[in-house]
Write a protein that binds this ligand. Structure first.
Ligand SMILES: C[S@@+](CC[C@H](N)C(=O)[O-])C[C@H]1O[C@@H](n2cnc3c(N)ncnc32)[C@H](O)[C@@H]1O
Length: 412
């Protein structure tokens, strides 16, 4: 087992300089940390990724010029503890961080790291009173500008408040076996700190739920509450044929399948289709039929459907608190997305029966990927009408940021 700070160092190096996703790195890396230190190591990793922009601001005030990537990571780890972890005494944070230098061949940099961290300690009060939103919330100014233009200042304040909070985890009861109350009881019996939240169970502890008997017996699956509400909004019924064209890892398909409808769940990646298959088996949802399919290309073998869900790939600005590095995306890198999303929606709509409904959804807060794609589709397809459109802003104890639109195909 590794020292928690050393493990955090290795994981942060892979995320910040290796371009790896924090949730994937953490899932693997946290296994090398002793149980009692897991929460601390995970907070350090997520915390540094979340607060990188703010940490850069503080560090650059006292660091003259660039430094080696590994030194920078150590400075991030030390500065994060000093600025954001009140329970760790400053002296311990500095001592433990500087001590890591010997483990990673950076003994030469001990003095520099020690000096910069002490300057940051002296700067803490001034830092805490910074009111520049970008530095305060560690969010690139271009993203704040985009949201302000699209959603207004009040909504942006709520979004910014949410992006550095640990998100709630929701256990969705598999109605084949349990309802929310019964699941709540099962989880409490397994000593999981949880509470009923509407018709699901909100988990308050950071326990690995996949180790639970209740999970392996198929009593529940994990899905964000906004995503769950979107799947329910489809209103699937027992004798419906439903297509879920961008389905992996399958959360919405599992929710829809509980209506008894026959759900065809497709994804473009084989390994992701396997994820749907495995969970559907665990949940005993034999009415889910999985397959590999590219939603961009019309496939004559796909059946005509009563209802369709088109949960397209997106920039993910609604789930920043789950994947904190998403905030640093360059807006230029996502500018092709609306065209892809439009093409997926157009192709998907061709499988819909007259009188049927299709949901277009994303987990992003970006009108170019949301309302504008739908507007363009409605303009080009006069046989579709808008039933409902909903943007959900993330809240501390509630679901993620999300967008969905329900469209109806008129009878020919
Ligand atoms: C937002 S995720 C879907 C989440 C899923 N609906 C759920 O509720 O669990 C988007 C999915 O679209 C898939 N995807 C991306 N491009 C695709 C394409 N051209 N055809 C089909 N699936 C695609 C991705 O692999 C990813 O699994």
């Amino acid at each position: 087992m590794k020292n928690a700070r050393l493990s955090a160092f290795d994981m942060l190096y892979d995320i910040i300089y290796g371009g790896a996703y924090s949730n994937i790195v953490l899932e693997k890396g946290i296994k090398t940390v002793e149980s009692k230190d897991k929460a601390f190591a995970s907070r350090l990793v997520y915390g540094v990724v979340e607060r990188r922009l703010s940490l850069d601001y503080a560090i650059n005030k006292f660091l003259n010029g660039k430094t080696k990537p590994k030194v920078k990571i150590l400075l991030y780890i030390g500065a994060y503890q000093v600025l954001y972890m009140d329970k760790i005494p400053d002296a311990v944070a500095v001592f433990e961080t500087v001590s890591l230098c010997d483990n990673i061949g950076l003994s030469y940099y001990k003095k520099l790291i020690n000096a910069v961290l002490h300057r940051i300690i002296d700067y803490k009060t001034e830092f805490d009173s910074i009111d520049d939103l970008s530095i305060k919330y560690s969010c690139p100014q271009h993203l704040i500008n985009m949201w302000t233009k699209m959603y207004g200042r009040d909504n942006v304040a709520d979004i910014l408040e949410s992006i550095n909070n640990r998100p709630p985890v929701f256990a969705i009861p598999n109605s084949k076996y349990v309802d929310a109350e019964e699941l709540h009881y099962e989880l409490l019996s397994a000593e999981i700190d949880c509470e009923i939240f509407n018709d699901v169970v909100k988990i308050n502890s950071s326990f690995d739920l996949s180790e639970l008997k209740a999970f392996n017996d198929g009593l529940f699956y994990i899905e964000d509450y906004s995503s769950y509400s979107c799947a329910n909004a489809l209103g699937a019924k027992f004798d419906d044929v439903v297509l879920d064209l961008c389905s992996a890892p399958g959360g919405k398909a599992f929710t829809i399948a509980q209506s008894g409808a026959t759900v065809y769940a497709y994804d473009i990646y084989e390994h992701r289709v396997e994820l749907i298959k495995k969970s559907a088996q665990r949940l005993d949802l034999s009415n889910i039929i999985t397959g590999i399919n590219d939603a961009l290309i019309y496939n004559a073998n796909i059946p005509v459907a009563d209802k369709i869900i088109c949960d397209v790939p997106c920039s993910g600005f609604g789930i920043i608190r789950r994947k904190p590095e998403i905030r640093y995306k360059n807006l230029d890198d996502i500018k092709e997305l609306p065209q892809i999303q439009y093409n997926i929606l157009s192709t998907s709509s061709k499988y819909l029966k007259s009188g049927g409904v299709i949901i277009y959804s994303t987990c992003t807060l970006n009108k170019k990927e949301n309302e504008q794609v739908v507007d363009r589709f409605l303009k080009d397809n006069k046989n579709f009408s808008l039933v409902k459109s909903k943007t959900v802003f993330p809240t501390k104890n509630g679901g993620d940021g999300f967008f969905y639109t329900i469209l109806k195909k008129t009878n020919d």
